[in-house]
Design a protein around this ligand. Structure first.
Ligand code: SME
Length: 159
């Protein structure tokens, strides 16, 4: 399936369409920046009510801004800092329903009200995280977590 794809009003159906579409735009012979650029664009296309979708990539004890869709963002986040660095440190998906209640949240876009961060590994090493912001509180739930972890399994396979 190629974009533009007609989206549904149903969130799970849109994730199904996303997961079907994604492989057509990723090639294991491409460099990482090509794969992650298309992945950021495709995720942004299929998700409603998001204002930032992108990657932070692991290097030494920090994460650096990678391909993204949205406003210009912080370039470097230390492991353990903010939502991104906390999720990376724990190597576990983190959903923050209200970013203003998360101690240490790093504000890049003041429109962001909730956030999900999905870390991904290559082998046993942290490669980076997928970070998504929404202008709506409590935008992300377990359906997003499970679906985005599946998305990242497909992406990692091509890196
Ligand atoms: N809010 C993130 C920083 C990255 S931006 O949302 C793009 C955090 O607290 O780590």
């Amino acid at each position: 399936m190629f974009i533009p794809v007609e989206k549904s009003n149903d969130k799970k159906e849109n994730y199904r369409l996303l997961l079907d579409t994604l492989p057509y735009y990723l090639n294991e012979t491409d460099p990482w920046y090509t794969t992650l650029s298309n992945a950021a664009s495709i995720v942004e296309y299929f998700l409603d009510d998001v204002n930032w979708v992108g990657f932070y990539l692991s290097e030494k004890d920090a994460l650096y801004l990678g391909p993204f869709q949205g406003l210009a963002a912080c370039t470097k986040i230390t492991i353990g800092n903010g939502v991104v660095g906390t999720s990376a440190k724990n190597e576990a998906t983190l959903i923050v329903k209200d970013v203003n209640q998360f101690a240490g949240h790093i504000t890049c876009d003041s429109n962001s009200k909730s956030e999900i961060v999905v870390p991904f590994m290559k082998g046993h090493t942290l490669y980076g995280v997928l970070d998504i912001d929404s202008p709506i509180e409590s935008r992300f739930d377990d359906t997003d977590k499970e679906s985005l972890e599946r998305v990242m399994a497909i992406v990692v396979d091509k890196l």
